[in-house]
Design a binder for this molecule. Sequence first.
Ligand code: UFG
Length: 355
Amino acid sequence: MATYLVCGGAGYIGSHMCKHLHEAGHHVVVCDDLSTGHAGALLWGAHAYGSIEDLEFLRSLFSQYQFDGVLHFAALSVVAESMREPQRYYRNNVAATLNLLRVMREFEVNKFVFSSTAAVFGEPQARMISEDHPTVPLNPYGLSKLMVEQVLRDSCRAYGLRAVALRYFNAAGADPYGRIGEAHDPETHLIPKLVRKALGEDLSVSINGTDYPTEDGTCIRDYVHVDDLAQAHVLALDHLDHAVGMHSFNLGNGTGHSVKQVVDAVREVTGERLDIPVAGRRAGDPSHLVASSKFARSVLGWEPRYTRIGDVIETAVRWHGSETCAAWLETLDGAEVAVQSHLGDDNKPQQYRQG
Ligand code: UFG
């Protein structure tokens, strides 16, 4: 049984990670500042309220626990926002990660699994994107993740860090029991928007462009279930027991679905008619983004379980229809939430402002 720090463990992918680590028998400690995460997602392990931008907070956390490794999900991840506020993205995604790596070195913790993204590749030059595809990000979000990958490569060489960067394609779905899932406001991603609309929410959704060079003219993406992503991290931690240096892996199902196919799949799962109008292209959308995850399959032994888009959507429908999801969305407007911080003076729940 190992002890892992999950930075951003109250977020969408981070909370699924905590569940998987807990189920694998590990001890989990979350650090999260609840800027985008949800207090309600803190279901597994201990947690400390705080930001990785705060060096002293990190030092006190690392003095309290002997971590066997760190998994880092605490990042901003909206492409359009990164275009409007690049410095915020570089401060949060790059500078704060440097803090974390600095404290890891001070406390001699040398296993690191990093949430990276398909956005490091930019405009795809191949139908299936493998790890050696050129990395030319089109936005500060993708560049911030690529910068950290470079920092990790250099840190592995210079300090003996062991690191894995996992480049997610389109994360989707939710815990099949509806305990945790995605809850953003405003929501920008295709599947949650369609599902929420199908469930009756008054949400504006359109098909962003039908003139792409694809069979039906709409963009193709590789949707991968969030539990499959979390499972890849568990395997990456095992890999770091024997692998030195830095390794990047692409994580996707290897199957592309167009926007129109996703709309049809949501119709099929929910039984709703779902009238989705066609709009113009959204700036910065590549036509086709599909992963070759052969490397992750052969080296890590990763085998995604959710290979049918309908099964992924079904879990999203269960989650978005739940009372828990509705409650989480309500707390996003700066609501006061009680969080048991394990670093508090008296270890009693304290009030923090969410969002
Ligand atoms: N789309 C619509 N209508 C909507 C929302 C999305 O047609 O209302 C389309 C988009 O234009 C795109 C596809 O659905 O063609 C998927 O869009 P998402 O917003 O769900 O996801 P992205 O592919 O834009 O984003 C993902 C990750 C990012 C990552 C990016 C890399 O979520 O973190 O891929 O390109 F940076």
